[in-house]
Design a protein around this ligand. Structure first.
Ligand SMILES: [Zn+2]
Length: 352
């Protein structure tokens, strides 16, 4: 089976144009793939060991492209599937930063290796690396695909040893498009490189970087916290103010009450003073009265005058003592004044 027999120039290069006659009959490796059902359409099946080989090769050159060939078989069960069995390092290539060129020497070496180690296989594609510039097919890569690997089942694999990204390309409508392969895990996958870990850490760090959205969210949170704090402070201060105002009003009322009490006491004191004054005045009046009656030398009537002094509810004192004047004496028993005409007692009342 040659590439020429698979290339029908009248049809577009497309996995859908693979004919059963171009394939070997074989069972789909369901068990190896740990699948219960065969996925529909053309399938690309690759062993983990092959992926490891290509990656190990790629990691030997972290800044310049390297590449090689893929060998395997095109099979048919109900539909075609491509089983990639090995990769062969493309020695004697002209590798530089952005391209890889397979020389005649490269092809000689590849054919020798294939014949020696994988005699039952065909060259079914190629691989190369893109150290640090991602997974795609450049103009030169497309040129290689179109002129060297242009059978509808032939594939291309690109690997970036710096980012550990990888991609498979198959033919569809004469354009290489990406396709996810089915991997037979025949060996453990290669551990992630230190550089890959750095890349992952960098990616994580980039995620941590505050985006404007985060800033907006943080500002909103801060604003909400500020508003809540303000409301709480306002409520607390209002409560305190109300409490203090109430307390102050109460104290003011108490002060007013106390002032009133003091005033009342003062008034009472004044009244007492007035009463004292009245009493003093009365005492003076009585003394005066007493003095006026000092010259009355009557043992009989003298005692009666003394009785007048002891009466609390006094007291009618004559304006002027004369033989014709009357002295009104409060009668204790009847509580009304009784009259005694002094003229009737002329014999004891001395003449002026
Ligand atoms: Zn390339």
């Amino acid at each position: 089976m040659s590439n020429e027999s698979l290339s029908d120039k009248t049809l577009s290069i497309d996995t859908r144009n693979i004919k059963q006659t171009d394939c070997e009959l074989n069972n789909f490796p369901l068990q190896e793939l740990k699948l219960t059902e065969r996925p529909n359409g053309f399938q690309l099946v690759v062993c983990r060991s092959v992926l490891n080989q290509m990656k190990e090769h790629g990691r030997t050159s972290m800044h310049a492209e390297v590449g090689g060939m893929l060998v395997g078989n095109l099979y048919w069960d109900s539909e075609p599937f491509l089983l990639i069995k090995a990769s062969i390092i493309g020695k004697y290539t002209d590798g530089n930063v952005a391209s890889v060129t397979f020389t005649a020497e490269t092809w000689n070496h590849v054919w020798q290796e294939q014949e020696k180690h994988y005699p039952e296989t065909n060259i079914i594609g190629w691989y190369h690396t893109h150290p640090g510039f991602g997974i795609f097919l450049s103009r030169m890569d497309l040129f290689i695909c179109e002129h060297t690997f242009n059978a509808p089942h032939q594939v291309a694999y690109v690997y970036d040893p710096q980012s550990e990204d990888e991609g498979w390309f198959i033919w569809k409508d004469s354009i290489p498009i990406k396709m996810k392969p089915l991997v037979i895990e025949d060996v453990p996958a290669l551990p992630v490189t230190v550089q890959r870990e750095n890349t992952l850490l960098q990616a994580a760090a980039e995620k941590i970087v505050i985006t404007p959205k985060d800033t907006k969210q943080k500002l909103t949170t801060l604003l909400v916290i500020f508003i809540i704090t303000s409301i709480v402070l306002f409520l607390v201060s209002t409560f305190c103010l109300t409490y203090l105002t109430t307390k102050s009003t109460k104290m003011q009322n108490e002060i007013v009450q106390l002032k009133q009490n003091i005033k009342e006491l003062e008034n009472k004191f004044k009244i007492t003073e007035m009463q004292n004054e009245i009493m003093q005045q009365l005492k003076r009046d009585i003394n005066e009265l007493d003095n006026k009656f000092q010259h009355i030398n009557s043992p009989l009537k003298y005692g009666e005058f003394y009785n007048i002094k002891t009466l609390e509810r006094l007291l009618i004192v004559p304006q002027e003592m004369s033989p014709s004047s009357n002295v009104w004496i409060l009668n204790k028993e009847q509580n009304k004044p009784s009259q005694r005409h002094l003229r009737q007692e002329n014999q004891i009342y001395p003449q002026k």
